[in-house]
Design a protein around this ligand. Structure first.
Ligand SMILES: [Zn+2]
Length: 342
């Protein structure tokens, strides 16, 4: 496919060529020390016989490492001779952020996951988002975007997906998430995310799941294991490589537990600037009214800390890191069991 005439991104991949291609998206980036500088964002394509096209992305946020590791390892090991279809792999979508270990891109201070569908003449992240949306996504049937909680959050190991109005697409997406085989799959309701990669993917009718596989700014050992197994499980589920998805869980459960985050009661927001002391780690069962943690005011030790409680029972999905917190920040998100008819 030819690139849009207005894109400034250069890519020499032959999308339909069989075998394994290792290449880059080259984005112009004029700097003080390199007037004609470019940034090379890695992209790999492995293509075998006839079949669907899958997009695996990691490093959309630079401080979420599990996807960067899992997607790049798969890119090295996936054998095109044993593959039906095509796998496009971008292990470090926001490469400058990945190299810096930050959520936001150090070039334009943007979150690329808030830049879709992008702008061909915009900033670094906008240019890159535009190329992915207008050139890569039209090739894709199924997308798996591997995230974790980054520096500020830690997550129960999970896939996630939007609640979709089309029942058939909803059922296929639930099946895809179950095949990935994380301990949990979280269905979101009515999340306003028009500028994310996922929203661009969904607008194009592509089957889509995301993940949350760790966080707190470190590499989760179990998160990497689930990510690697999950990506291969997706290829097995789609009949692209041999074998059946392996979904056995550490707690001996045979399959993924489907959960949902449906309403405001799932969230606990920070009531004041301070120091947050959480009382539970992600993945812990919690009860409505139970203490979620305390916001401390260490500049005024005589002041009583503010106690936070959970507004609903369930399992702690996302837990903000212990440390400085600011009024309005999300400190905890509780998921509860998925009910299709709800
Ligand atoms: Zn992320």
């Amino acid at each position: 496919m030819a690139k849009p005439a207005n894109s400034r991104v250069i890519c020499d991949l032959s999308w339909d060529k069989p075998g394994r291609q290792v290449s880059v998206l080259r984005l112009p980036q004029s700097r003080n020390d390199a007037g004609w500088g470019t940034v090379e964002v890695p992209i790999m394509v492995t293509a075998g016989g006839k079949g669907p096209t899958v997009l695996f992305t990691g490093g959309v946020h630079g401080d979420e490492y599990e996807g960067q590791i899992a997607v790049s390892r798969l890119a090295r090991l996936l054998d095109p001779r044993k593959l039906r279809g095509r796998v496009i792999m971008m292990p470090a979508v926001d490469l400058p952020a990945a190299l810096a270990g930050t959520r936001l891109c150090p070039i334009d201070s943007r979150d690329i996951n808030r830049c879709f569908p992008g702008d061909a003449r915009g900033t670094f992240c906008q240019m890159l988002a535009h190329f992915i949306d207008s050139v890569v996504l039209p090739l894709v049937d199924v997308s798996v975007d591997v995230h974790s909680g980054g520096h500020s959050m830690d997550s129960a190991l999970s896939t996630n997906m939007h609640h979709l109005p089309d029942r058939k697409v909803m059922a296929r997406t639930l099946d895809l998430a179950a095949a990935f085989g994380a301990p949990y799959n979280v269905v979101f309701w009515g999340v306003d995310e028009g500028a994310t990669l996922t929203s661009s993917v969904e607008r194009r009718g592509i089957l889509s799941i995301g993940t949350e596989l760790g966080g707190y700014g470190r590499v989760s050992v179990e998160g990497v294991r689930i990510a690697e197994r999950g990506l291969r499980n997706v290829l097995k589920h789609l009949g692209m490589i041999a074998g059946k998805p392996e979904t056995l869980q550490r707690d001996s459960a045979a399959a993924t537990r489907h959960m949902m985050v449906r309403d405001r009661a799932a969230y606990a927001f920070c009531p004041a600037d301070g120091l947050f002391e959480p009382r539970q780690t992600s993945g812990t069962p919690v009860k409505k009214g139970e203490t979620a943690g305390f916001v401390h005011f260490i500049e005024d030790p005589a002041r009583r800390p503010i106690k936070l409680t959970y507004a609903q029972s369930g399992v702690l999905w996302m837990a903000m890191g212990p440390g400085r917190c600011h009024k309005g920040d999300t400190l905890a998100v509780v998921m509860r069991d998925y009910q299709a008819e709800a």
